[in-house]
Design a protein around this ligand. Structure first.
Ligand code: KG4
Ligand code: ZN
Length: 339
């Protein structure tokens, strides 16, 4: 089965073609980073308009790259939420109208399901069950994943998401949007042991996380230090986030009795986090899988893949009737069973 995936929940237009036999055939991405940079964050109205401009040319580009025609598609999967309402509407309306015209199913996929299944697109895909650590711009949570549609929330952030903490801290350090990659680059030349930043909720006993205090601690350091100290501040911040996530990841594996951790979402691209998780989990005899770097952040491949898995389970899924709903706020548990 050939599935076209469309991701447009935030500031990336991602399109991909996934074949249930041959795997990922092609994917294309347009990032709006340059468009929103001047505003220090995503401007929803500009995001929607840009998705409209990019989406059809990107679909053509992806089909050309895979040497496939629209008429060969068996289904279209698109991000139905959570995300920016206007941005989601662009992907959903293109997907549903195209599916209606082609008389094929259109599947509204949960964005976070896409992220948490994305490591399965890698070279050594982990088997179920596993603990998924989802760390993106909008979410930070531990989920127990026992199979498709079997997702159990183990713990989550009580305030900022990990990516949000990276972005806000980067802003304090005068770095450009998006902050995560810029902060990690700065941290490369810094001393992570110089500033003893707090490790919020390290010993809370549960799997919840908190990052807003860390950002406050950095804002105090920024007031009392010079720009030449910023690499050390950035490295110390990264170390604090990595320490907490590693500690809680080990705890999540211990509580569930599982042996595999899968890291997904934009912050999963962070090299310090990757290195520390790999080292600490391997020491415990556990296994950690990361999506290929380009699939850590938003992309169409993870949506095409999630849609393909659902379609395999429900080959009788009805063709698009043209009507659809988007879910700007959407709990992953409420979604389980949508297909
Ligand atoms: O998953 P994603 O692309 O979009 C959401 O669904 O939110 O995640 C974006 C987040 C941003 O906050 C960005 O700063 C962060 O991921 N990020 C990173 C890195 N690359 C992206 N954070 C830390 N280190 C990185 N290398
Ligand atoms: Zn995302």
């Amino acid at each position: 089965m050939l599935v076209l995936g469309i991701e447009s929940s935030c500031d990336e237009t991602g399109i991909a073609l996934y074949d249930t036999h041959a795997g990922l055939l092609a994917d294309a991405l347009h990032s709006q980073v340059a468009l929103h940079e001047a505003y220090g964050g995503v401007v929803p109205e500009l995001a929607s308009r840009d998705h409209i401009r990019r989406i059809v040319p990107l679909i053509h580009q992806t089909l050309r790259q895979a040497k496939k025609a629209l008429t060969e598609l068996d289904a279209i999967a698109y991000t139905a939420g959570p995300g920016l309402a206007g941005a989601l509407l662009v992907g959903a309306s293109v997907a549903e109208s195209l599916a209606l015209a082609l008389k094929i199913p259109a599947l509204g996929v949960h964005h976070l399901e896409g992220h948490l299944l994305s490591p399965l697109l890698g070279d050594a895909p982990p088997a179920f069950p596993f603990v998924a650590l989802l760390v993106s711009g909008g979410h930070s949570q531990f989920m127990a994943v026992r199979g498709l549609n079997q997702y159990q929330l183990l713990g989550e952030t009580v305030d900022d998401a990990a990516g949000e903490a990276f972005d806000k801290t980067a802003q304090l350090l005068g770095l450009p949007y998006p902050g995560g990659p810029a902060l990690s680059r700065l941290a490369q030349n810094g001393n992570p042991a110089r500033f003893a930043l707090p490790r919020p909720m390290l010993h809370s006993g549960d799997l919840n996380l908190s990052f807003s205090g860390l950002k406050t601690a950095v804002s105090l350091l920024v007031k009392t230090h010079q720009t030449e100290d910023y690499p050390d501040i950035a490295a110390s911040f990264e170390a604090a986030v990595a320490d907490v996530l590693c500690h809680k990841a080990l705890q999540a594996l211990a509580t569930t009795g599982m042996e595999r951790l899968v890291v997904a979402g934009g912050v999963g691209a962070n090299q310090r986090l990757r290195a520390q998780l790999t080292m600490q989990l391997e020491k415990q005899g556990a296994f950690v899988a990361f999506p290929p770097l380009r699939l850590c952040t938003d992309n169409g491949a993870m949506i095409a893949y999630a849609g393909a898995l659902h379609l395999k389970q429900r080959p009788d899924f009805p063709c698009s009737g043209g009507a659809f709903t988007i879910h700007p706020r959407w709990n992953l548990q409420d979604y389980a069973g949508a297909f």
